[in-house]
Design a protein around this ligand. Structure first.
Ligand code: SF4
Length: 463
């Protein structure tokens, strides 16, 4: 970690510009090659703060933040890597490279958990671009200007949008359709503004998306959440950026309007809360009356050590943040490289949970954001001599499923919900018995749900 003074101006690095970073010379040729090759498939972007303050260059490539942002050759299958390396570095054949890159991306399940087919609200059978409505009370909103990040995580499940797979991209240019949709969906209490990272936007642009949500007609919107990794990748956003004070005033306006403003801070490792500026960012956020919840996925090679989670949660609590979720890595992108068996994920969560005080035990996990909902692994139990996973939904497409315990056969190698088999000789889980009509009936805005004519919705929006 450098002690050199760092410019306060945000400075990103991409595949093209990383060769100009002084740290590039500290990377062995094989590591440099992996960045140049693998970044054709997966997005690569880092920044000066991450490079200078978060990565321990004496410990690469095993340093957790290096693993978090720098592509590694094992993220591709060995044969894919060799083929791509040949095309990129030797044949320099752009058309053949594009074909291979596309084939590898399609293998990587670019679109997990039915996001495009089941979660996008439709009006007059046309999808509302930039909105997702999976759970009854929460709408996700993807502003177009917030669809990049201060750095890209190598495991990110939103990777397709960063590499320009446009038909899989969510974005909205303004809030008109969102406001219209919310006015006609009074059961919605929460709006999650997400990306990418909405805090990549300047405060003025962000305010244009947030302020319409404070209108009296949207009194049913109680909670405005902003999903962000800036707290870790660019805490200057809250402290020293030229409009950081304006951002704090915007947060205060949301709170003064009677809303709960929840900053959903994505943290991956304890090191992200060790710098003075990252701690100051937490303090400034909570001083506005906003809450800061900490969440992040459990990733092999990055945060398998329960002590890192325990330090992260307890430091966060001390600064005023609230531990919220430990997620299971999704089944997309280089998931074979990052996935941990569910059994191991549970052990890590339990060990970390046992290390912290009750105030940090607001955290839930390990939780899978799977197609039917958020499923948490509560434990491993033996019933009538059968070793089982005890599970429950924390959130579900059908609200009736939430907090109903259910059981799956223990499987030491399973890494995702659909690898699990029901316990007690059953051939389906209880939520699958509704298959065929469950998702159609319960996915808000799905074709079989109530359809609002867009013109009427927009008239309501301007009323
Ligand atoms: S910051 Fe969030 S959206 Fe951006 S790359 Fe990382 S996980 Fe993905």
């Amino acid at each position: 970690m450098s002690t050199e003074p760092m410019s306060a101006k945000f400075k990103p690095y991409t595949r093209q510009s990383i060769v100009n970073a002084r740290q590039w010379q500290w990377m062995r040729p094989q590591l440099q090659e992996a960045v140049q090759v693998v970044s054709h498939v997966l997005p690569f972007r880092t920044n000066e703060y991450v490079m200078d303050q978060l990565i321990d260059w004496n410990n690469i490539p095993d340093d957790p933040i290096y693993r978090l942002v720098f592509p590694h050759r094992d993220m591709l299958h060995a044969a894919e890597y060799e083929q791509l390396r040949e095309l990129v570095l030797h044949k320099k054949d752009a058309a053949a490279t594009a074909r291979l890159v596309h084939a590898i991306r399609m293998r990587m399940n670019p679109h997990p958990a039915g996001q495009m087919t089941h979660n996008v609200p439709r009006v007059n059978d046309a999808p509302l671009r930039g909105l997702q409505h999976k759970y009854k009370e929460t709408v996700l909103f993807f502003p177009s200007a917030g669809q990049t990040c201060h750095a890209y995580c190598t495991f990110c499940f939103r990777w397709p949008q960063f590499v320009g797979m446009d038909d899989m991209k969510f974005d909205a240019r303004e809030t008109g359709e969102l406001v219209a949709y919310l006015k006609t969906h009074t059961g919605v209490t929460d709006v999650l503004i997400t990306g990418g990272d909405p805090l990549i936007m300047n405060t003025r642009s962000l305010a244009e998306f947030i302020e319409p949500l404070l209108a009296p007609e949207l009194a049913h919107i109680q909670n405005i959440r902003i999903g962000t990794k800036s707290v870790a990748y660019w805490p200057q956003r809250f402290v020293s950026d030229k409009d950081a004070d304006d951002l704090m005033r915007l947060f205060e306006r949301v709170v003064a309007a009677g809303k709960n403003l929840a900053i959903m801070g994505h943290y991956s490792h304890a090191v992200e809360l060790r710098s003075a500026i990252a701690r100051q960012a937490v303090k400034r956020i909570v001083s506005t009356g906003a809450t800061l919840r900490m969440q992040g996925p459990l990733i092999r090679h990055i945060n398998e050590d329960p002590r890192s989670w325990a330090e992260l949660w307890s430091t966060g609590v001390r600064l005023g943040a609230i531990p919220y979720y430990m997620f299971v890595e999704r089944d997309t992108g280089p998931s074979e490289y990052f996935a941990l068996p569910l059994a191991r994920a549970h052990e890590i969560f339990q060990a970390a949970y046992q290390m912290v005080s009750g105030l940090s035990r607001t955290v839930r996990g390990p939780s899978m954001s799977a197609f039917p909902g958020k499923v948490v692994i509560d434990g491993v139990v033996t019933i009538n001599g059968e070793k089982l996973f005890a599970l429950q939904f924390l959130q579900a497409r059908n609200p009736d499923w939430v907090r109903k315990p259910f059981f799956a056969k223990y499987d030491a190698s399973a890494t995702w919900l659909d690898h699990l088999k029901p316990a007690f000789g059953k051939d389906k889980f209880f939520f699958e018995s509704e298959a065929g009509h469950d998702d159609a009936a319960h996915a808000p805005g799905a074709p079989s749900a109530r359809v609002i004519p867009i013109s009427a919705a927009l008239r309501a929006g301007s009323a």
